[in-house]
Design a protein around this ligand. Structure first.
Ligand SMILES: [Zn+2]
Length: 448
């Protein structure tokens, strides 16, 4: 552990209770904890490292609440480029069938590297298929290598085509085996302590790929171990139709009767939640992972984020898998949300600062991380530093809003738990070129 002084930032957007923005201030962190924030001259410490933040914007690290890292090997897949959710999935399932454990590791390595370069310090991932002996620890290994904080969710699919589900039978698992492996990964990897770098959550994939029994049993197991619960919900019109046809109810009723609401649950997408469902989510503190680029790419619709926020629903941002958003860039998701809410609700319906708040504090609340999401004394030093002296931010009058409105798109420096993970725009723990080489080799193998 090292002690780091981030010195003399142009502005620190703290995201504290008053959303204070501090000019020409510094941050000192010791062993991963923020110890003091103040004017540089008043800080009397002996840091191991000083990061000069003159002319930089400093914000809390962004928090990603939904991803499928394995999809990084199937970006821009031609046969799925112009499909909506169900057609997109059925074109990709056969390709994903070829994935082996090393593919999971390499795809997570590039996906998480992309995430940290875009300012993300904590990422969740939803791994819901385990072909050819793949395991959750294959991606956990990659998160440790990159150095980011990680919430790995053990996903599952149990209803294949022969039982009325969407995925091929070859990609679904036996429910007993799923639950057994869920228990194993919790016992082997979950760290529920306050400053945890690695948490596990349980995540049956969607209403059209798992049984109601598996949803119920998963909830019981998750609550026995006090781990989070995650799934896809109300993603588009066809998804709603499937739930109504097979279960005779809307998605909100479906998850309520299965015990899938509450502070320990977050649902991805929720594009089609109605007013009653928004109220249910607000009352029960159920979280939402909003993935605007994926929703656009698959033509799913615009999620009612303004209404959710006004009703008190916990909302965080997610990049979704790179087969449907093609890019794992959380700051771009903040911008896309900001633009879509304005398209839907008018120009004064979302401020750039609110988009950043959702990308930081919002994500922390969805993942139940009270130790993250803001720059305050006592919180973890998960910090993103952005250089606004370059071309894309030249001429910008408002350095904080500029992150959403014009860039820069990548961080200059990123600290996770007080440790540099990106320095001067480059990965600290891995060589970018080497990752690309390994990914290209894996893609060739998956294609063959
Ligand atoms: Zn997803």
């Amino acid at each position: 552990m090292s002690n780091i002084l981030i010195k003399n930032a142009k502005v620190i957007a703290t995201m504290d209770n008053d959303l204070r923005e501090l000019n020409n201030n510094s941050i000192y962190s010791e062993n991963g904890i923020i110890v003091e924030i103040g004017k540089c001259d008043n800080l009397n410490y002996q840091p191991d490292q000083i990061i000069d933040a003159t002319d930089m914007v400093v914000i809390p690290g962004l928090i990603n609440t939904h991803h499928h890292l394995f999809q990084n090997l199937t970006r821009c897949y031609p046969r799925a480029q112009n499909e909506s959710l169900f057609g997109w999935l059925t074109n990709l399932y056969p390709v994903w069938n070829n994935i082996v454990p090393r593919d999971i590791y390499i795809s997570a390595l590039i996906g998480l590297s992309e995430m940290v370069i875009s300012g993300c310090t904590t990422s969740s991932d939803h791994l819901y298929l385990f072909p050819n002996g793949s395991k959750l620890e294959d991606e956990i290994e990659a998160a440790k290598k990159v150095g980011c904080r990680f919430h790995a969710t053990r996903g599952s699919m149990s209803i294949g085509v022969s039982k009325g589900g969407l995925p091929p039978d070859s990609l679904v698992e036996n429910e007993e085996a799923i639950l057994k492996d869920c228990q194993r990964v919790i016992e082997d990897f979950n760290d529920n302590s306050e400053f945890s770098m690695l948490r596990i959550a349980l995540a049956p994939c969607s209403p059209f790929s798992v049984s109601q029994n598996l949803m119920r049993e998963t909830a019981i197991l998750a609550r026995e171990y006090s781990v989070g619960m995650h799934t896809h919900l109300a993603e588009n019109k066809e998804d709603i139709e499937y739930t109504q046809k097979h279960f005779g109810m809307r998605p909100g009723e479906y998850v309520e009767q299965l015990g899938w609401i509450g502070n320990d649950v977050w649902h991805a997408h929720c594009v089609k939640l109605d007013a009653t469902e928004i109220d249910l989510f607000a009352r029960t503190k159920t979280g939402v992972a909003h993935c605007p680029c994926s929703n656009c790419r698959l033509g799913s619709g615009i999620a009612p984020i303004r209404q959710m926020r006004d009703s008190g629903v916990k909302v965080g941002l997610g990049v979704d898998g790179s087969a449907s958003s093609d890019s794992g860039h959380l700051l771009s998701e903040a911008r896309q949300m900001f633009l879509l809410q304005r398209v839907q609700n008018g120009a004064n319906s979302m401020r750039a600062r609110e988009a950043l708040e959702i990308a930081t504090l919002g994500g922390a609340s969805v993942l139940n991380r009270t130790d993250l999401g803001s720059i305050e004394v006592g919180k973890r030093a998960d910090i993103a530093i952005w250089d606004i002296t370059g071309l894309v931010a030249a001429g910008a009058w408002d350095p904080v809003a500029s992150l959403v409105l014009n860039g820069p798109f990548n961080v200059r420096d990123l600290l996770v738990d007080g440790q540099p993970v990106v320095a001067e725009g480059r990965l600290v723990n891995e060589e970018e070129a080497m990752i690309v080489e390994r990914v290209n080799a894996r893609v060739k193998r998956v294609m063959s």
